[in-house]
Design a protein around this ligand. Sequence first.
Ligand code: ZN
Length: 183
Amino acid sequence: MSVVPGTPLGTEEEYIPGANTVLEGSDIYASAVGEKNIREKVVRVNSKTNVPFMLKPGEVVVGRVAEIFEPVALIELQWRRDERGRQVWLPGYAVLHASNVKDAYVKNIHDEVKIGDLVRAKVVKIQRGDVELTVKERELGVLVAYCTKCRARMERKRGGFYCSNCEESEGRKIAEYGVEGFV
Ligand SMILES: [Zn+2]
């Protein structure tokens, strides 16, 4: 089971808090992105985001929305561009918090990005191996969206996306420039 910082993992009555967890009252929460693991009553998170050596704050990356745990989206990293414009494939995952989607308040991150979407994002910070992303800037956000009803690739239309297969329109935090050269 994939978890992000803040995902409830259980209570102190059930488990002993282990690596990459925090205890608040008697509740245990994840403090890193990774896989929940329980062994001999110890609950821990095996970190998946160990990529800081390949990334630094300010870098632009492309990733795919893997899971949503309100108010956070878990982004499976895909690639960044090096100085010569070549794709450098990235391992691991990063997190996009609802507060890093727009300057305006975002209540539900699933209104702005959806599972399967390809997003262009910028690294805000890297802390204890966890990579935090932002899509606040105009050129950042969803590049490619898939219809939540039929999974067809959608077209960009009027600041959102349109599915010509089932005639569904869906909103996103859209990246304002085209997808050329990125996808
Ligand atoms: Zn559709």
